[in-house]
Design a protein around this ligand. Structure first.
Ligand SMILES: Cc1ncc(COP(=O)(O)O)c(C=O)c1O
Ligand SMILES: Nc1c(O)cccc1C(=O)C[C@H](N)C(=O)O
Length: 422
């Protein structure tokens, strides 16, 4: 494929109009929507309206008149359409890290009641660190052993003694995509509950929580849902469990009648029980604009169409790397069925500096260090967001990478020092 072929693919891409929903900086090829999604055109105006009108003029009355109080459920219903959940099954609250704590605690309480002999929580060593840190502290608190596997093939053999299997559907480093349906079915067959982290899946790959009959799920608002930095996260619980699940941060917003102001906690019906404190009104309002960009794709074939384009983009990326960058190894699965919406590369030396040199050229990907004392390499990570990534962006990104390597640009002194956030 040459550059003209890539331009031609964009010209006939049925999803191309969706790019106009975003305010993207001129001259930037943005391949980091798996860390922070781009800015939707509606967000600034909507946030200004919430601040100046709803807050400025409506003041406290806006809890009722602007329906602030039901934002977690209203925007949760929109996210539900993206993750294969039913209406009333998702709420927006807190950060992903806090929500990992809440759902894992719920699952552990259910497992303790149903199968007290099970003492193990299973996850992957390559899972995003916050999930492992939270799981580790909860396991300590509750007397469970956290077992981390190095390969998905090791999971099945542990399931007979597993209370809860906690996985991230799409791995943040490699983009490896689990089969949610078959992993969940295997866990249930062996009597284990499953918690899914959908941070790198929601808005990026079709997710079918209901179809998979998963138990609990959480995910970020600021990646493929384009909710903005620090956007609140979401939680889902299978309707099979809503009558009995407990959550450990039982705040007043998760009470059945918060304004009853009663000293005793009476949990709200359903997933609203996962609310703890006051909803982040400005953040959830911005998130709604981001979620609407994903829902706008429904007019163009929805998530299956986004998925098809995402796979075509990462496949093109992989083919160009294989053809033009022999020093690089593709760390993402080449099998479409196992690849999320990113392509990860490794190279012998200089991954961080190469990413910086690309950023200086206007190609924004990111660097993820190989964990200390592991054999996992440093990674150059490129997320594709089919709502706004074009085929020509992939072609140009690879062309820039070739130039960075051929000119040895990455060896410049200014790329040697790492920033606080990589
Ligand atoms: C899989 C996964 N879980 C959790 C998080 C982080 O959650 P939080 O939004 O709480 O920082 C991230 C990214 O930051 C992630 O990639
Ligand atoms: N949440 C982030 C942040 O506050 C600063 C920088 C990056 C992030 C990220 O989201 C990292 C991301 N979860 C990852 O997959 O690497």
């Amino acid at each position: 494929m040459n550059r003209d072929d890539a331009v031609a693919l964009d010209r006939t891409d049925p999803l191309a109009p969706l790019r106009d929903l975003f305010d993207l900086p001129e001259g930037t090829i943005y391949l980091d929507g798996n860390s922070l999604g781009a800015l939707p055109r509606t967000t600034a105006g909507r946030v200004a309206e919430v601040v100046t009108q709803e807050w400025g003029q409506g003041l406290i009355g806006s809890w009722n008149t602007a329906s602030w109080i039901s934002l977690p459920q209203r925007v949760g219903d929109k996210v539900a359409r993206i993750v294969g959940a039913g209406q009333g099954e998702v709420v927006i609250a807190d950060s992903t890290s806090l929500n990992v704590y809440k759902v894992l605690a719920s699952a552990l309480s259910m497992a303790a009641a149903d199968s007290p002999d099970r003492t193990v929580v299973v996850s992957e060593r390559s899972n995003f660190p916050t999930d492992l840190y939270i799981a580790s502290s909860l396991c300590r608190e509750r007397g469970y052993e956290l077992v981390l596997v190095d390969s998905p093939d090791e999971i099945e053999g542990l399931l007979d003694r597993t209370a809860v299997l906690m996985l991230t559907e799409v791995n943040y480093r490699t983009g490896y995509l689990h089969s949610m349906a078959s992993v969940t079915a295997a866990a249930h067959e062996h009597g284990a509950l499953v918690v899914w982290d959908l941070c790198h899946s929601a808005g990026a790959v079709p997710v079918d929580l209901g179809g998979a009959d998963a138990d609990f799920a959480i995910g970020c608002g600021y990646k493929f849902l384009n909710g903005g930095p620090g956007s609140p996260a979401f939680l889902w619980v299978n309707p099979r469990h809503v009558a009995r699940f407990e959550q450990p941060l039982s705040g007043w917003m998760g009470h059945a009648a918060p304004f009853e102001m009663s000293p005793g906690y009476r949990p709200a019906e359903g997933v609203s029980r996962y609310l703890s404190g006051t909803p982040a009104v400005i953040g959830i309002s911005a998130l709604e604009c981001g979620v609407d960009t994903v829902l706008a794709a429904e007019a163009y074939g929805g998530l299956p169409a986004l998925r098809e384009k995402s796979l075509a983009l990462t496949r093109l990326f992989a083919d160009l790397v294989a053809a033009r960058l022999p020093g690089f190894t593709i760390e993402s699965p080449l099998d479409d069925a196992q690849r999320g919406s990113q392509l990860s590369l490794s190279v012998g030396d200089g991954a961080y500096a190469i990413v910086q040199a690309l950023i200086e050229r206007g190609v924004v990907g990111d660097f993820r260090a190989g964990p200390k004392n592991s054999t996992q390499p440093d990674i150059l990570r490129f997320g594709v967001t089919p709502l706004y990534t074009r085929y020509v962006d992939i072609w140009d990104a690879v062309d820039h990478l070739v130039a960075v390597m051929d000119n040895e640009e990455w060896r410049a002194e200014r790329f040697a020092t790492r920033g606080a956030v990589t």
